[in-house]
Write a protein that binds this ligand. Sequence first.
Ligand SMILES: [Zn+2]
Length: 722
Amino acid sequence: MFKAQLIGIGVAALLAGAPMVAAAPAENPANPLLAKWSGPYGGVPPFDAVKVEQFKPALEAAMAEQLAEIDAITANPAKPDFENTIAAFERGGRTLGRIGAIYGLYSSTMSTPDFQAVESEMAPKLAAFGDQITQNEKLFARVAAVYETRATSGLTPEQQRLVWLDYTGFVRAGAKLDKASKDRLSAINQRLASLFTSFSQNLLADETDYVLVLDKESDLAGLPDSLRQAAASAAESRGHKGKWAILNTRSSMEPFLTYSDRRDLREKVWRTYYNRGDNGDAKDNNKIITEILKLRAERARLLGYPTHAHWRLENSMAKTPERAMELMESVWKPAVARVHEEVADMQALADKEGAKITIEPWDYRYYAEKVRKAKYDLDQNAVMPYLQLEKLREGMFWVAGELFGFRFAPAKGVPVLDPDIRVWEVTDTAGRHVGLWYFDPYARPGKGSGAWMNAYRNQERFDGEISTIVSNNTNFVEGKPGAPILISWDDATALFHEFGHALHGLASSVTYPSLSGTSVPNDYAEFPSQLLEHWLSTPEVLNRFALHYQTGQPIPKDLVDRIESASKFNQGFITVEYLAGALVDMKLHLAATPDKEIDPDAFERQALAELGMPKEIVMRHRTPQFGHIFAGDGYSAGYYSYLWSDTLSADAWEAFVEAGGPYDKAVAKRLRDNVFSVGNTVDPADGYRAFRGRDPGTAALMRKRGFPVPAVAAATPAPSKP
Ligand SMILES: [Zn+2]
């Protein structure tokens, strides 16, 4: 995923939740957050100078500054035009954009109790600030005037798109409502902002506070050495030297459930993880969800939409919930059928071993791994010694060089938030500066689990060239000092995924920051990232970078072949665990009304029963821990985006396969010219068509996952439907 910042400039960006940009100076040495970024590479975030108590005064000053900038726009006696209204608006809010980048980073990676207090106080204020802009009648009148004449006033296509995005952004935020409705809307937004903050703080608490400490060697039965070592250092850093700690995060839970022979402990770890936010204690998220759903439904009706889902999807590539549901439903049945096959295989193996069990959700990963070994002679554990984090990072750099001509070199003199964070300068083949890439690899207290990308600064050029600053964040468990960190194939895939987002930012070549890099609709934003995952398994990467951590030997060809032949293995599980979440997300937001008290647990149970959810699987993110959809609006009614984007990525990958292979220069150039470099300056469907020469179809997606390709999906082009 990529994490958009909470606050910033332009309305289009405010509403899309797009990453923001910063550049203009503000002299205030007393509070480093208010100062223009200084130092090398066009200025870098002052991570070494920031203190939590600086956020509140800095945010308040920056909000006031942007309101003054807007007053200057609306006080302009000249007739509204692109330059004095849209461009002027785009130019504003720079101080707030800079602070927002750092504030967002603290929220996701340095969420200490004192920061959480600031966040709880500021979230509703920032929401109210956003409304103050979108409800500014004079400003909206000027934007509307520019919008009316956009086709005849000599604007470039990019300028016309920015005008359209700003105008629809205002309207979608309620600019046309009467005063009473605007007031109610603003009250809803402020309350939602508080609820989102509580939701994520509760979730973080459940991930941090529940640690399973194991004190006997026998508790580790089945775990490979690398996991034992990681568990030992996790215990030591939490004051349990000599013991082993299993953290309540995905990176710890998944390998434990895959390898632990101790069924009792597997169940314990599974229950603790999937009960996050659902423990009936002070950190329980259920009531928060009920209120969020009601408020979102009320807001949608105020704005003239039947549901929150209809409002959210209007400017997405899918456009309507119905089209998103149609895609999800077309994949659901074959995926469930595959799960039943997978479970039958696992049950047969368990029976043969004399386990005398029925496969339960905490057995799935464990027996899937055994089936993988038996069927494909592929032991994940035999692959891990070849997957060294740092070597794979070099592999990603190499891929970026082959596809886009990027070079990476360690950056000097750049402050970081934590000593483990490292920074690289990215240049092009001519040695010109492209941007910076920050890498924050390890889990630590206060850092949310999972993996994501951020943009601290967007690329732009309308007032001179400004280069981008992006980061990738992962949660690998830091091993012994100096020891290579070995990661799973899935984690290696996630690493390439997030790097795909980073390249989407780095390859950006647009004029206006609101349209830059990853500032595209969510169901398109995951396309570049999911596409990049494919390069991990290319022989070029594996032979050069998948090197054994002790011998330095490349991964053997027959092991690569076995990885390849097992690539469609377990796709039933992967697809159903994801799709169940995406369907429940959409159903929740289609079902909610302003006065319905939805009980999240009951709704989840009933929706899954109606879908025919296999009992051996749970949603990848159960409702009370579904941060994608309840820690903000970003992916709400939008978790389907990953499937939508994967439809595109599977189809786009076949463009390489049909041509000269993964490193075909001509296809890579088309990809860069029409997808990676254009940000949101063109309609995603048009950009895709320009790259592929036709609309996407679902046949490639079904092939990728090893599901039967229905006759209708096989036909290409499939008009306007991925
Ligand atoms: Zn992503």
